[in-house]
Design a protein around this ligand. Structure first.
Ligand code: AHR
Length: 500
């Protein structure tokens, strides 16, 4: 058994967690919208056609913001196709996913859905086939109160009050050759800057996200990020990061995804800081990690020109949930800089929530770590000082076997420590040192582990992969627990409330 120690001290503050770290993403892709969040014929549909069983789970996940409508989809999307009477809306070819888009859900319905699901929209505008002025029209439609062509059209379409969408993404993955009308960094930088000027003139309170490189494996990375920021540093509030991981037959590498994600964040922050220095700016550019997940990209198939085809419907295993937990820790450990993040995606498409058309809804294995970190990873993120065995990976060199993160919730007087034990053969005797908190009690140790790394939840066996809890014992310090090999752990402690 390995031995490890983790010091959590309330003075080692990373930052207050912005709840938008637990955002997600709904794209017009596959069955994310149609038979995902929207299915008028479903027995659980409300009067607008939204599935209430899905809304219930979205609420349970505690998702504060949802990016919409894409993704790759947005780069060929005309947002005006999705407004007005539904029977007049055009059916269009969606170039990105080679599907047929019925436009039965558009920005007005999505904003209504967000209200019902207890979340807020993060809008993306089309900077592929779209123009800066069309983006401005969309903002005017959504956020301008009344008395202009677009704002009055919104009112006529049944939304008297402005949608007040506060976060806007300026395009999507614009350096990706797969993107409809991809651009060079120079051309995108200029287009994004001119779009940003229009959007901020209309709504100065809006926060804007410029596209970082589509992924660290792009040849344009990280030079793309530098060039784009040199054009947009004054107008942008965030630069985006996207990264997906898959198991390419090497489990050590896959489990160490958290370390790669860490390096990615540091590099984009460094590129942004270089531009900060070069432009003599006082502003620190924030990062929006607005697509992250496990995604078996190489296994995807397409169904050409179908309507809402069942594509990108990855079924997640225990192993995927472990990797996923490690990534959540990395996001928390960088929450001073990564202020927002979006799990891509939320329903059906590489998602924690999976539906049957006309039928049931399922919590995938990744549902659980997301729910736990979203619930307990709030308040103040604290640095963890963890001694850990190392694991040798082919791709990333030596990485710690344990990935940890911690939060302190002053309001309810609780500390939570999240730990991935990625060691394949060794359990760990793990001691948590809460030195600065005075009297503390251990409340719960929740564990996800199991004999079959590839076990998945199915409609027939929906509770195969989920956390179980160990009794916390009498709970006085020092707190030593066993972390099983290949396990995701959430350790909850009660400490004195602030000011007591
Ligand atoms: O989330 C699936 C796709 O991945 C998105 O449409 C795109 O932005 C990324 O490449």
């Amino acid at each position: 058994m390995n031995k490890a120690k983790c010091i959590v001290d309330k003075d080692y503050v990373i930052a207050e967690v912005d709840p938008r770290l637990y955002g997600s993403f709904i794209e017009h892709l596959g069955r994310a919208v149609y038979s995902g969040i929207y299915e008028p014929d479903h027995p659980a549909a409300d009067e607008q056609g939204f599935r209430q069983d899905v809304i219930g789970l979205v609420k349970e996940l505690g998702v504060p913001i949802v990016r919409y409508p894409g993704g790759n989809f947005v780069s060929g999307y005309n947002w005006t196709d999705g407004i007005g009477p539904k029977h007049l809306r055009p059916r269009r070819l969606d170039y990105a996913w080679q599907s047929v888009e019925s436009n039965q859900v558009g920005i007005d319905e999505f904003v209504d859905w967000c209200k019902k699901a207890g979340t807020k929209p993060m809008a993306a505008v089309n900077l592929g086939t779209g123009t800066p002025q069309e983006a401005g029209y969309m903002m005017e439609y959504c956020n301008y109160p009344a008395g202009t062509y677009w704002s009055d059209l919104r009112i006529r379409n049944g939304h008297k009050d402005p949608h007040n969408i506060k976060v806007w993404c300026l395009g999507n993955e614009m350096d990706g050759p797969w993107q409809t009308c991809s651009l060079s960094a120079e051309d995108y930088g200029k287009k994004a800057r001119e779009t940003a000027k229009i959007l901020k003139w209309i709504d100065p309170a809006a926060e804007l996200v410029v596209c970082g490189s589509a992924s660290p494996w792009m040849p344009s990375y990280p030079e793309w990020d530098r060039v784009v920021l040199e054009h947009t540093y004054e107008q942008a509030d965030y630069i985006s990061l996207h990264r997906y991981y898959e198991n390419e037959e090497n489990i050590e590498n896959f489990l160490a995804s958290f370390a790669d994600m860490d390096a990615f964040i540091r590099t984009v922050a460094a590129a942004a800081d270089y531009v900060k220095a070069k432009t003599r700016s006082k502003k620190v550019m924030k990062l929006s990690f607005d697509e992250w997940n496990v995604w078996y990209i190489k296994k995807q198939t397409r169904v050409p020109w179908a309507e809402a085809p069942a594509i990108l419907e990855d079924q997640y295993s225990l192993l995927d949930a472990l990797v996923f937990g490690g990534m959540l820790c990395t996001l928390l450990n960088h929450c001073d800089r990564v202020r927002m993040a979006c799990l891509a995606q939320l329903v059906n498409v590489i998602a924690p929530i999976f539906t049957e058309k006309g039928g049931r809804v399922l919590k995938q294995a990744t549902y659980y770590p997301f729910q736990q970190v979203s619930a307990y990873g709030r308040g103040t993120a604290l640095k963890t000082l963890t001694t850990s065995e190392k694991v040798e990976t082919g791709l990333y060199g030596e990485v710690p076997a344990l990935q940890t993160a911690a939060t302190y919730n002053e309001t309810d007087g609780s500390v939570t420590v999240f730990v991935l034990n990625s060691h394949r053969t060794e359990n760990s005797e793990f001691t948590v040192d809460l030195r600065s908190f005075g009297h503390a009690t251990m409340l719960e140790h929740s564990i996800m582990d199991g004999p079959d790394l590839f076990a998945q939840n199915t409609f027939e066996a929906p509770f195969t992969v989920m956390p179980h809890t160990r009794p916390a014992g009498e709970g006085a310090a020092p707190f030593t627990v066993k972390l099983p090999k290949l396990s995701w752990n959430v350790l909850r402690f009660s400490v004195a409330k602030a000011g007591l």
